[in-house]
Design a protein around this ligand. Structure first.
Ligand code: BTN
Length: 335
């Protein structure tokens, strides 16, 4: 473990209390100048640390750094069910987990504070700046038929809504197929990638990746997604990213235990905001006006076109007027 990490752990374990520079120096076996240097590095990495002469250092009241300690703390009794790897930054948590899928057990999680090559559906990118989001992938080894694997994404959308609701005052809603919106803006996207066994035709493993825009990035969202993407919280709150991460993992774990329960689809449907709305079904470069009539028990979208004909969409792209982009990422695609 690096000195910086040891220092971060020390500050987290002594939350609310100042620790003097000399006691940190003694415990870590470094000079006071080195303590200060490490404090500055942690601040640069997003830690909110108060430094007060003659008192020392302590974490600030709205410190919200994703760390293994804090996620474990909020996971409580669920912590033992997961193998956690929390990193400041990666290329893509889905990519990292997929590369290691062969060696890791189910419920391994890779969680990052930023991604340099975050991936969305349909080869889109997913904007993943530091200090503002949660980028989480979970390795799933569940005995599922290939067709049932779409339920993993449905469950993630529902778990994301529950987690955001549990940790904030926001009112999340699902946009078919699997984006989560707050006040008309996308705050969460999900990308599930799976490997199917050639022998059984069932699921070998799946990597469910989810990205939350918790805070608006300091520099704002990039222009391409500025009209679509939104943030869950208006200002930084103590451990909010760790709390949402842990709440999501707990809810998701429970939902995956009962993936075939019809209550899951009922909740998904209840949380979906497309039903009854005018939409456009996007096909190639055509946008066909329709009304989203319902979502069926397989989470397919039932649409009625202007000529009165009806279609059941299991995948595809739909947009609600004035929605297109990426984190952002609508027009929406299928599972
Ligand atoms: C979408 O909205 O199109 C899906 C976005 C999925 C983003 C998450 S962030 C964690 C995981 N790692 C990735 O590279 N993508 C997913």
């Amino acid at each position: 473990m690096t000195t910086k990490q040891q220092l971060a752990d020390m500050l987290e374990m002594n939350e609310g209390t100042f620790i003097s520079g000399s006691s940190i120096a003694r415990d870590l076996g470094i000079t006071r100048a080195a303590v200060w240097k490490n404090i500055q590095q942690l601040q640069k990495a997003g830690y909110e640390i108060e430094a007060v002469t003659n008192r020392g250092y302590r974490l600030g009241g709205t410190n919200d750094v994703l760390s293994e300690n804090s996620i474990r703390k909020y996971l409580g009794e669920y912590a033992g069910l997961f193998r956690l790897e929390v990193l400041p930054g990666v290329t893509s948590t889905n990519q990292v987990l997929k590369e290691r899928a062969g060696q890791l057990p189910g419920w391994s999680a890779v969680i990052a504070g930023s991604q340099t090559a975050g991936r969305g559906r349909r080869t889109r990118s997913f904007y993943s700046p530091a200090h503002s989001g949660i980028y989480l992938s979970l390795l799933l080894r569940l005995p599922l038929e290939a067709e049932a694997a779409t339920g993993l994404t449905t469950a993630a959308a529902v778990a994301a809504c529950r987690a955001v609701e549990a940790c904030t005052d926001a009112k999340p809603e699902i946009k078919w197929v699997n984006d989560v919106y707050v006040q008309g803006r996308k705050i969460c996207g999900i990308l599930t990638e799976a490997s199917i066994s050639m022998e059984s035709g069932g699921l070998d493993w799946a990597v469910m990746g989810i990205g939350f825009n918790v805070y608006e990035p300091e520099e704002g969202f990039p222009e391409e997604i500025a009209s679509i993407a939104g943030a869950i919280a208006p200002s930084r709150q103590k451990d909010l990213r760790s709390r949402i991460t842990a709440a999501f993992m707990k809810e998701y774990y429970e939902l995956c235990r009962n993936l075939h329960d019809s209550a899951l689809v009922q909740e998904y449907r209840k949380r979906s905001f497309l039903i009854g709305r005018s939409i456009e079904v996007l096909r190639g470069d055509r946008a066909i006006p329709a009304v989203a009539e319902d979502i069926d028990e397989a989470c397919h979208l039932i649409v009625r076109y202007e000529d009165g004909s009806r279609e059941i969409l299991s995948s595809g792209e739909v947009s609600v007027k004035a929605m297109s982009g990426q984190n952002g990422s609508t027009p929406e695609t299928g599972k």
